[in-house]
Write a protein that binds this ligand. Structure first.
Ligand SMILES: NC(=O)c1ccc[n+]([C@@H]2O[C@H](COP(=O)([O-])OP(=O)(O)OC[C@H]3O[C@@H](n4cnc5c(N)ncnc54)[C@H](O)[C@@H]3O)[C@@H](O)[C@H]2O)c1
Length: 300
């Protein structure tokens, strides 16, 4: 069985990866538990409570066939307050793992970047060639991680590849995460019989992609699809208005609450939409329809 190291394996994406890989891989999870979640893993998964910046992490990266690097400081808000903390985790943590991987004989290094690398869209839908002008330290640190991955591929021949997911959602999303928490926030309010609050007129759009689809994309890459040194958008290729999202959630609950409209948030990106042609060309096809994905969260 191939040995796979999943950093951040207690988190949203990491835990779904563990579920999907544990039967036919020798899985090691490395997570410092900074998200506060409890490790609930089956016996055939090794768990190491360590930081990605540690020497243990570096040694593990050298000792596995596949490394899937999901661990990160993921809060845009926190990155604005503590840019050095953000870079320390996301840049030096990634570099430490790449250095470990370089010393080993790995088959694949998959890095989870983010659509935050693009900043304010200059055109839509956003393809991978779109200028990358991050508007937060988080976006800058994720971009830096990607650049290291492609540089390690070019300079050292490391089989590294990056993905840029758009807004990920799933029942395992951290409800305290202010990054893409609009779905969780709407659900929390409507569940309690309260109106969802929209900042702005509701016409903002986003590409919400299910964590299951992001995991499908990562698995394709671990099975040899895609090109090393490259970066791939991961989204649905569809956009939804924020007011439509709110109405879907109200509908699933069978509620009759109205939507409350508040002042737009300063700096909020108006529209975001992913071009996923490059991912489609390598065999990716999003499977989870948003309504069904929302039902899964609400049924949890
Ligand atoms: N959530 C989104 O909408 C979104 C969108 C695009 C990209 N991403 C990226 O996807 C990846 C996974 O996100 P997620 O939603 O699963 O996040 P998550 O917060 O659910 O999981 C991240 C995990 O990493 C661990 N971790 C954080 N810092 C660590 C460190 N220094 N050492 C070891 N472990 C550490 C945390 O304890 C947590 O379990 C991240 O790299 C994030 O930047 C997320």
């Amino acid at each position: 069985m191939k040995k796979v190291l999943i950093t951040g394996g207690i988190g949203q994406i990491g835990s779904y990866l563990v579920d999907r890989m544990q039967d036919d891989h020798q899985v090691t999870v490395l997570d410092n538990l900074s998200s506060g979640k409890k490790p609930e893993l089956s016996e055939n998964v090794s768990f190491i409570k360590e930081d990605i910046r540690s020497s243990v992490a570096k040694e593990l990266a050298a000792d596995n066939d596949i490394i899937i690097h999901t661990a990160a400081q993921i809060s845009v808000a926190r990155s604005m307050d503590e840019p050095v903390f953000d870079a320390d985790n996301n840049v030096f943590g990634t570099l430490n793992l790449l250095e470990g991987a370089r010393a080993g004989n790995i088959e694949k290094f998959v890095y989870i970047s983010s659509a935050a690398v693009y900043g304010n869209p200059e055109y839509l839908p956003i393809d991978e060639k779109h200028p990358q002008n991050p508007m937060s330290p988080y976006g800058a640190s994720k971009l830096c991680g990607e650049k290291y991955c492609s540089m390690y591929h070019k300079a050292y021949g490391l089989p590294a590849v990056s993905i840029r997911p758009f807004n990920i959602y799933s029942p395992r999303q951290d409800p305290t995460n202010p990054y893409s928490g609009v779905i969780t926030k709407f659900i929390d309010r409507v569940k309690d019989g309260l109106s969802p609050v929209i900042f702005g007129d509701g016409s903002n759009t986003r590409d919400f992609v299910s964590a299951h689809d992001v995991v499908n994309m990562i698995l394709l890459l671990t099975r040899g699809k895609g090109e090393n040194g490259e970066v791939y958008n991961v989204g649905t290729g569809l956009t939804i208005r924020i007011d439509e999202l709110a109405r879907m959630i109200i509908d699933i609950f069978g509620s009759d609450v109205d939507i409350i409209y508040d002042k737009p948030m300063p700096g909020d990106i108006k529209h975001s939409s992913a071009c996923i042609s490059k991912a489609r060309d390598m065999g990716f096809e999003p499977e989870v329809d948003l309504y069904r994905g929302l039902e899964e969260i609400i049924a949890k």
